[in-house]
Design a protein around this ligand. Structure first.
Ligand code: ATP
Ligand code: LTN
Length: 332
């Protein structure tokens, strides 16, 4: 069994990009691998958060994970701040990462471009190092993520290799597990097919939440931007319809060529109708379980406590080894 690790931030609402690019793929991994899934609240505060909202979102994200099919008996599901080893290892790794490397991270540039330079927190800048700590603490072999995380995974490997060059065989080098474009590596905003669907973008109509009720899902599909022309094909010069085709293919489990063949000569309107129906059905089971789970927040909190204990048992071993190698005096 390979160790699998991934994390999602408890900010905003989980959208179709998060579900297709990441969360949905965590579920079958549980059958073959030893999986650790995290709600990364330390990452969430790199941008300002309202404390009560953050607390509520953390519990809600746990319910989404469970509703999507994460089984707490087979996998470890926990909240990042419950396992203090994450912050501790991040500090050590900070001393093995250069400012130059962090400056090259494009996601930071995108996020900080929306703010004045003086108000970008050091935490936002340092975000990828905390992510490296998350992954390396668990001796992770495979990290299922969307395409936007590719650069962060490369940094994680670079930092691990640098540490290992100094202190051999400390960290396992993780592999990014990113789907193909047709497999949903990068789901685009329904209103702006040039931008990835994102929790932090201000595009309420273009961001399809996994908890959107059927009427809202239908409306967002109907109002989705389309390309010029009327062909239903997956092609680089047709980013909008390619995106909708990807979503339809994943929601129905049918291949893109099969769907292209079926809708050849038909119009966008007709395709959007079937896409809306498919999306409602695709999300229905998750939405039903999510509602049931939220009825008992005490049980969710209990599962997270158990998860944190399981995670800590793994994390302490790695951190102790790292502390010993860098030369910290043993506690006793
Ligand atoms: P933000 O856009 O505010 O940074 P986010 O929507 O990327 O947030 P995260 O919690 O950072 O959400 O990401 C959780 C997982 O979802 C990651 O594995 C990420 O790669 C994946 N993901 C996010 N957006 C998309 C997308 N549009 N298409 C495919 N995967 C995505
Ligand atoms: N940076 C990721 C969230 C994240 C993550 C991780 C993903 C934090 N730690 C470890 C995979 C493994 C994001 O913004 N999507």
């Amino acid at each position: 069994m390979a160790r699998v690790f991934s994390g999602i931030q408890p900010t905003g609402e989980i959208h179709l990009g998060n579900y297709i690019g990441a969360l949905r793929r965590f579920v079958p991994a549980q059958d073959v691998d030893d999986c650790v899934f995290c709600i990364v609240d330390l990452h969430a505060i790199t941008l300002p958060q309202d404390p009560e909202t953050l607390r509520a979102k953390t519990l809600d994200l746990a319910a989404i994970y469970l509703a999507a099919g994460i089984d707490p008996n087979r996998s470890t599901l926990f909240v990042q701040s419950h396992v203090h080893e994450h912050a501790e290892l991040a500090w050590i790794l900070n001393c093995f990462t250069t400012v130059g490397e962090l400056r090259r991270m494009t996601q930071i540039k995108d996020k900080s471009a929306r703010q004045e330079d003086v108000s970008v927190s050091a935490g936002l800048f340092d975000y990828p190092v905390l992510m490296a700590a998350d992954i390396l603490l668990y001796r992770t072999e495979r990290v299922p993520v969307g395409d936007d995380q590719r650069q962060h995974l490369e940094l994680t490997r670079d930092v691990a290799m640098r540490f290992n060059a100094r202190f051999p065989d400390t960290f396992v080098l993780p592999e990014a597990d990113i789907p193909t474009a047709e497999g949903g590596a990068r789901i685009m905003d329904f209103q702006n097919p040039e931008a990835k669907m994102s929790k932090s973008a201000d595009s309420p109509q273009g961001t399809v939440k996994v908890t959107d009720p059927p009427d809202v899902l239908r409306r967002k599909v109907k109002s989705a931007v389309t390309d010029s022309g009327r062909e239903i094909v997956f092609r680089e010069d047709k980013p909008a319809i390619s995106n909708l085709l990807t979503v339809y293919s994943i929601a129905t489990g049918r291949s893109i060529p099969e769907v292209e063949a079926e809708y050849a000569g038909k119009g966008y309107g007709e395709f959007k109708d079937v896409l809306a129906d498919a999306l409602v059905e695709f999300l229905r089971p998750l939405q039903e379980r999510h509602r049931e789970l939220l009825a008992d927040p005490g049980e969710i909190a209990r599962l997270l406590r158990v998860g944190a204990e399981k995670a800590r048992a793994l994390a302490t071993v790695t951190l102790a080894e790292v502390y010993e190698r860098v030369g910290f005096l043993s506690r006793g």
